[in-house]
Design a protein around this ligand. Structure first.
Ligand code: DGJ
Length: 729
């Protein structure tokens, strides 16, 4: 396992426990991709996998070469624009004289133990023994740019990470118009593309479509990874299912504007490129300056989409999440947003706190409205000073809650400013806006120009001031609008294309500083629900509020889609009241609890207004959480029903790594009179072990996996559900 170089063949082979990734340097010094997929044992034979063939004159090639050396014929590790690769390329760099042709030829390479880092950007972390790195150096034939392609190999998780550094080695400035993190060519292949679309309150719905000819672009130019798209996709063999078949995954460790382009070329060759969205990006490089792309994560599994998800979950837990929180059972929280919205005061919070604590809830999160003079969403963002009129002495309130054995959490929206705020009155130039243009407003707020260090530093200090005066153990970091008129008053014209990337780098910098200052602070990411749910944010915020839609039935699709790449332990999920505030739907309290148990678990309601019966159910839910939540945090997740479909009955299963315990949640979306027979087949159990199902029954693992779990106890009504805890005898 690891990285091997066969000098006589100029062949590189990157192996993980179950995968092989190979390319070689051809006679023209071009890195040619050979194979990525299930592990193969004979490396030499991989050289036969260069399928490039002679092609018509319309595919130009180097003067001294053959038509099979055309850049559009070869499967390439990396390719430039305007030099014969007519597909979507990895880089476009324009020289001082306007020359936009770029190519890249191998010059040298280095192999190392451990993992590369990316200055100023989140990237997978690993001990020296956990990863191996290849740095492949390429150079443009006109000495315009040098490229270092980074590859790190993670054996156990069957993952390869990639990133690129470009250095301007010319004598004048260059303009980087496109710099993707990775380009992956498949010499052959016929796949479906699985991607995740949505909108506010309807995030990450999985969509599976055949990859046809042309380019399918999944992108965001909103300044955040967004509700509408998500920076991860899978390529699935047409016959692949949740449990079986070839599936490739591609994800970015990035939270800003991104593009994932999936192309099927004229010779039926699939290509994936992923990185910063070129449409909203441009970077100016003076001679000697460099630029690092965000990190791309590549995975493959022969065990269907679930196999790929499990690899990604392990990878995220081991190498992306903050090690302190990664495997910690998180405190059960109650958030006052849906309980009170802006209508609260200190007494109300004490009341909610008292009842919550009696029920076994462990943390109270005070959401929007505690600062400035904010009683609606039209003022005070940026004025991070406690509203004493509403809350009295804040320290007393927090210590009262602590005395009730409740931790305390607090909401911020650090990147925003209200026009009606002291901050905006003092610094109107601190917002993103184009001079002379009308400013757009969203939720009555502007976006602070986080590309400016002094703005980011000011906000950091303001947050620190609060965290240093009261005992805040959790922060919810929200972001409630997308970017427009992206322009910074602090940057020259040639650097305006850098604003969005500089912005997100400073968001990361503030988060990193907060974690350094408060190492055990739990930060929950949020952007109007799940509008910035990505590996970049997860690097700093071990959980993210998955959606503002707290309806249990809607959450089935949202959480299933999210779970394709992100572990369940990162998905903020709460029980809220019915009729649900977003959909008006009425769902049994038990079902709301079971669905929330498949995420971080908490409440978003006023417990003082609940019936005694519901309060009893809260006690039961909390007992289940304490018994079984380790399975959600550390176990293997199996989606028992295909996430790209709306299934009449949905199933999620968490199996402990030792395979002796499991927890399954089954939900009937809608009752269907005289509907089809239903059968849910389990997975991941030990065939010959007998599992007790908690209702006096027990079944062998192979019965549960091959025949299925009998669903006769699942009531014939909308939103009926079962939670089954399995334990090996
Ligand atoms: C959007 C979040 O997703 C909600 O949970 C809540 O925090 C509101 N913002 C508050 O403004």
């Amino acid at each position: 396992m690891g990285i091997e170089y066969f000098a006589s063949k100029r062949l590189f082979v990157l192996s993980t426990t179950h995968t092989t990734y190979a390319f070689y340097i051809n006679a023209m010094n071009v890195p040619v991709h050979l194979y990525y997929g299930r592990h193969v044992s004979d490396n030499a034979e991989l050289l036969a996998m260069d399928f490039s063939a002679d092609r018509p004159a319309f595919s130009p090639h180097p003067e001294k070469g053959k038509s099979r050396d055309s850049n559009e014929v070869l499967a390439l590790e990396f390719s430039g624009d305007n030099s014969g690769d007519f597909r979507v390329t990895g880089v476009r760099v324009v020289g001082e004289n306007g020359d936009s042709a770029s190519d890249a030829f191998y010059t040298t390479h280095r192999m190392k133990k451990g993992k590369y880092a990316i200055p100023g950007l989140p990237a997978a972390h690993a001990a020296q023994s956990e990863a191996e790195t290849l740095e492949l150096e390429l150079e443009d034939s006109c000495a315009k740019a040098r490229y270092i392609l980074y590859y790190s190999v993670f054996d156990d998780e069957d993952v390869i990470t990639r990133a690129v550094r470009i250095i301007n080695i010319s004598d004048g400035p260059v303009r980087l118009e496109r710099m993707m993190s990775a380009q992956i060519d498949f010499p052959v292949g016929d796949y479906d593309l699985l991607s995740f679309h949505g909108s506010w309150a309807r995030e990450r719905h999985a969509e599976r479509l055949p990859l046809g000819h042309g380019v399918r672009s999944i992108r965001s130019c909103r300044g955040a990874s967004s509700h509408a798209s998500n920076p991860c996709v899978a390529l699935m063999a047409h016959d692949a299912t949740e449990m079986f078949g070839d599936v490739y995954g591609f994800a970015l460790v990035y939270s800003g504007n991104f593009a994932i382009e999936a192309e099927l070329g004229q010779y039926d060759t699939p290509r994936i490129t992923l990185g910063i969205d070129p449409g909203s990006f441009c970077w100016h490089l003076e001679p000697g300056e460099d630029f690092y792309t965000p990190e791309a994560v590549l995975g493959y599994s022969a065990e269907g989409l679930n196999g790929l998800s499990r690899n990604f979950h392990d990878f995220v837990r081991n190498h992306i999440l903050n090690a302190y929180w990664s495997r910690q059972i998180r405190p059960i929280l109650i958030n006052n947003w849906e309980a009170t919205y802006f209508d609260f005061n200190a007494d109300k919070l004490r009341e909610i706190g008292k009842m919550s604590s009696e029920l076994g809830i462990e943390m109270l999160v005070l959401d929007d409205g505690w600062f400035g003079k904010r009683d609606t969403d039209n003022c005070s963002l940026g004025d991070w000073v406690v509203n004493q009129e509403k809350l009295g002495n804040f320290e007393t309130l927090v210590s009262d809650l602590n005395r009730m054995k409740l931790k305390f959490g607090l909401w911020f929206e650090p990147e925003m400013v209200s026009p009606d705020s002291d901050l905006y009155r003092a610094h109107p130039e601190w917002t993103l806006h184009t001079p002379g243009r009308q400013k757009m407003i969203g939720r009555t707020q502007y976006i602070l120009d986080f590309s400016r260090d002094e703005v980011a530093d000011y906000i950091y200090e303001a947050i620190c001031k609060i965290l240093s005066t009261v005992n805040v153990e959790y922060v919810k970091w929200d972001m409630n609008r997308n970017m427009t008129e992206v322009f910074s008053a602090a940057l020259p014209p040639e650097r305006q294309g850098e604003v969005a990337h500089r912005y997100i780098k400073n968001v990361y910098r503030v988060l990193a500083r907060l974690i350094q200052a408060f190492p055990h602070l739990l930060i929950e990411g949020c952007s109007g629900g799940g509008g910035r749910f990505d590996l970049g944010m997860l690097y700093y915020t071990p959980q993210i509020w998955c959606s503002d839609d707290s309806d249990a039935i809607e959450r089935l699709s949202i959480q299933a889609g999210t779970s394709c790449f992100y572990p369940a332990s990162t998905m903020g999920a709460h029980v809220s009241v019915c009729p649900n505030h977003q959909t008006g739907r009425v769902t049994p309290f038990t079902t709301r609890g079971y669905v929330a148990q498949c995420g971080t678990f908490g409440y978003e309601l006023d417990p003082t207004k609940l019936s005694e019966e519901d309060r009893m159910l809260i006690r039961e839910q909390i007992a289940t959480y304490h018994r079984s939540h380790d399975l959600v945090v550390e176990g293997d997740l199996y989606r028992l029903t295909p996430c790209w479909k709306t299934n009449p009955v949905e199933g999620m299963l968490f199996v402990g790594k030792a395979k002796r315990r499991a927890m399954m949640v089954i939900v009937r979306r809608q009752a269907v009179p005289c509907g089809p027979n239903l059968c849910i087949k389990l997975a991941g159990l030990v065939p010959e072990l007998r599992y007790r199902t908690g209702d006096g029954h027990s079944f062998y693992g192979d019965t549960l996996m091959n025949c299925g779990y009998p669903l006769e106890k699942l009531e014939q009504r909308d939103g009926a559900s079962l939670l089954v805890e399995l334990e090996a005898e």
